[in-house]
Write a protein of this length. Structure first.
Length: 779
């Protein structure tokens, strides 16, 4: 009776299940087809008289040996081991001395093969070069023309049943480990087939397993597109039509997941060099889903070494992958809260370091623990403490973005990786929201109040790595606790002061609109050299209740980062249109007023053009009274939808100006795309144009280009007579800057309009520049 282990090995080989198939394929050599053919024949019938000759023939021809035979063991009357010939196959063309039939019986001891007997009995294969043997053993093999031989044991449930032999009568063949292993498998198959009839049901089940195996055999042409020339029938169990593989050269490649296809193609190219490859990839199921497979491929070569085909064995590992993913999630997840654990967090942090060093946006980490959590735990018990931790985790997840990473390190310690945070103020703002949210009461059967302390560390190029940055956050956390808890601190005291001021300003800015603290100033744009007023630019100011009048450079960047820029921008457009309507009622010939727009306002979801039309209607204003200024950085962020919105604004009659021309990218493309009315030369080029030949050349070139295109040029930040004279000589149309006037409140505009022109307000450098005054006024 075959011992359970050997039978299981045979069944595993028959079923080609994942583990055995994977191990088997690594050892496969030229006799793979023999093994497959043998398995098929032995499973088809248990009539050895019919199947075994065919099996031996397939094995012999595929292994290119002279003789294959099967001998069965028995005991003589004195207890000695005798082995009797059961089947023999001989190649058609063999040397004359090899043409004799093998002896019907052999006595192992008498033949000098006692050592072989003991090895075979223990399941070990035996191989030899005949000329190296001695005594009776050598004489026996020489008598039948054998030059090299291999014997593998045949085992049944009853033990060592016999042996299968392979003789080469042409060459002194040295059998490889892969050949021996595969032929041992065939012998095991034979042993299983030879077993008692009571094994029939089990072997029938094994046959059914083979028929429905998850492992698919295939053969490809050796060069792209790697057309399939053979695929085993069980591929149909996945819903594929076999003729699709054979009739459509690119069909198999088309099934590979797009993300995996480059690697698979690369591995196929490597087969020629390395002989075999192992890869894992996804194939598209007919229902549209993707299934994971392991693919073991190897090169098939002819006698000259020429690559003739690529063979492979693909095994369904979808369940294995799912299990791997589950284990991975388990290993990387905090089991109490469902958040990432420390290991997962550090992996994400390492990735963030690598990405930022390659050019991605900087990031920050926030390290938090609950204040006096031990007291809560001791008072309410660990189960309530766990409930509190889960509630805290939920609030943290709600406050962070999907791209951020929230983790629990253990106990009451949490960490957050805030991605895409180039401004430390963003981390400070998040920390403030976290502390506020965590301080709200928790309903754990009774109302519980807790606070938290939080340390922040931001990415810096001088930080050695993830652990060093986390250490900074830890030190910042201790600073927060030492300062009295329920607060956050940065690792740097200077950064603390700066960020707190900006965060406070951001919070106050949210309330500034409702408190009517914002005000529009207007800076005139003057025709050179006549001094005639050609237009005004609306510039926002903040009448801060404590700090006084704030220029936009102090608060607009904060508004853009916090999202307040959208309501501020909406107010600016509305108030400017209101004011223009009032002026036009008194002075119908009022020149255009330009308003800066931010990229956020142009998001399609905000329907800016629809809002603007409603504003015009509300104040009875014609769109031609308004000009919108867009910087090149804003235009760089436009989508197809927002570009279409700009075109709709133009169709209403609005003028378009490109602000800070030449400081961004693709300026000429914007001129062509948006049919602009004005180009505004950036103050950074105007400032030194009298002394810097490079700036002077840029200004001249810009004016020349605009003249060719029929576009008026506005020079910003003009402060001196020398700058004015240069610009007039160069052909600049309009001047804006402190040389003529700073931005003024709306109440001072009417007198300017009545007069119609302005004289220079200053005659030398040293005044605050117009562009400093206007910086950051988008919106």
């Amino acid at each position: 009776m075959v011992d359970t282990t050997r039978l299981q090995i045979a069944r595993t080989a028959l079923a080609s299940d994942l583990e055995a198939a994977s191990a088997e394929l690594r050892r496969r050599d030229a006799i793979l087809r023999a093994m497959v053919g043998s398995a098929t024949e032995l499973l088809r019938t248990f009539d050895l008289e019919r199947s075994m000759p065919a099996v031996l023939k397939v094995i012999g021809e595929s292994t290119n040996v002279s003789r294959v035979y099967l001998y069965r063991n028995s005991r003589s009357s004195d207890g000695g081991l005798m082995t009797s010939k059961y089947f023999e196959w001989r190649a058609a063309q063999v040397p004359p001395e090899a043409a004799r039939d093998l002896p019907p019986t052999v006595d192992f001891e008498a033949a000098g093969l006692g050592a072989w007997e003991r090895a075979l009995a223990h399941g070990e294969a035996q191989t030899a070069i005949v000329r190296l043997l001695e005594g009776p053993a050598r004489d026996l093999f020489v008598q039948y023309g054998t030059k090299s031989t291999l014997m593998v044991p045949v085992l049944t449930q009853g033990g060592w049943w016999g042996q299968m032999g392979f003789d080469d009568c042409e060459t002194e063949r040295r059998w490889s480990a892969a050949e021996i292993d595969t032929l041992r498998t065939i012998a095991e198959l034979a042993g299983a087939a030879i077993g008692h009839a009571r094994d029939l049901d089990e072997l029938t089940t094994a046959a059914r397993i083979v028929e429905h195996s998850a492992t698919i055999l295939y053969r490809l042409q050796p060069e792209p597109p790697y057309a399939v020339t053979y695929i085993s029938r069980n591929a149909a169990r996945y819903g594929y039509q076999l003729d699709q593989f054979l009739s459509q050269p690119s069909f198999y490649a088309s099934l590979i997941h797009p993300d995996d296809r480059p690697k698979v193609m690369h591995d196929l190219l490597r087969v020629a060099e390395h002989g075999e490859t192992v890869s894992e990839y996804r194939l598209r199921h007919p229902d549209g889903s993707y299934v994971w497979f392991e693919d073991r491929t190897r090169a098939i070569r002819d006698d000259s070494g020429q690559l003739t085909a690529i063979e492979g064995l693909i095994t369904d590992i979808n369940d294995h992958k799912a299990a791997e993913a589950k284990i991975s999630r388990f290993e990387l997840t905090d089991q109490l809260t469902g958040l990432a654990n420390r290991k997962s967090f550090m992996e994400h942090l390492a990735h963030a370091f690598s990405a930022t060093r390659r050019g991605a946006a900087p990031f920050a980490i926030l390290y938090l623990d609950l204040d006096l959590f031990k007291d809560v735990n001791d008072a309410l018990g660990h189960s309530k403490g766990d409930e509190l931790l889960k509630a805290v985790a939920g609030r943290l997840k709600e406050l962070c973005r999907a791209s951020d990473v929230v983790a629990r390190f253990g106990g009451d310690e949490f960490a957050m990786l805030q991605t895409d945070a180039p401004d430390p103020a963003a981390a400070g703002a998040l920390a403030a929201r976290i502390l506020h949210a965590l301080s709200a009461p928790y309903d754990l059967g009774a109302e519980i109040h807790v606070t938290a302390s939080l340390g922040i560390a931001v990415y810096d190029t001088d930080v050695a790595g993830p652990e060093a940055l986390l250490q900074r956050a830890d030190l910042a956390l201790y600073r927060a606790k030492d300062a009295g808890r329920n607060q956050y601190h940065f690792h740097s005291e200077a950064l603390d002061v700066e960020v707190r001021e900006r965060v406070t300003l951001g919070e106050e800015l949210h309330r500034a609109l409702g408190r009517h603290e914002l005000e529009l100033y207007y800076q005139p744009q003057i025709e050179a050299p006549s001094g005639t007023i050609k237009g005004f630019e609306a510039l926002v100011r903040w009448n801060h209740p404590v700090q006084g009048l704030l220029l936009p450079g102090r608060f607009i960047p904060i508004a853009e980062k916090t999202g307040t820029i959208v309501p501020i921008g909406r107010w600016v457009v509305d108030d400017a249109c209101r004011q223009v309507a009032l002026w036009r009622a008194e002075i119908p010939s009022l020149p255009k007023v330009s308003i800066n727009l931010s990229a956020a306002q142009l998001r399609p979801s905000l329907d800016f053009d629809g809002e603007f039309r409603a504003t015009l209607q509300k104040y009875g204003l014609d769109a031609s009274a308004i000009e919108f200024e867009l910087t090149e950085s804003v235009l760089m962020q436009t989508t197809r939808e927002s570009s279409e919105m700009i075109e709709r604004l133009r169709a209403l009659g609005v003028s378009i100006a490109i602000d800070d021309f030449g400081t961004g990218y693709s300026s000429l493309e914007y001129l062509r795309t948006y049919h602009v009315n004005h180009i505004k030369i950036a103050q950074e080029f105007v400032r030194d144009l009298v002394t810097d030949p490079g700036d002077a050349a840029i200004v001249r070139a810009t004016i020349g280009l605009a003249r060719e295109l029929g576009i008026e040029v506005i020079a910003e930040g003009v402060e001196t007579a020398e700058q004015l004279h240069f610009l007039v000589r160069a052909g600049c149309d309009i001047i804006q800057g402190y040389y003529f006037s700073p931005a003024v409140p709306a109440s001072q505009v009417a007198p300017m309009l009545i007069k119609g022109r302005l004289e220079p307000a200053c005659s030398g450098p040293g005044q605050t520049s117009a562009k400093t005054d206007a910086a950051g006024t988008r919106g």
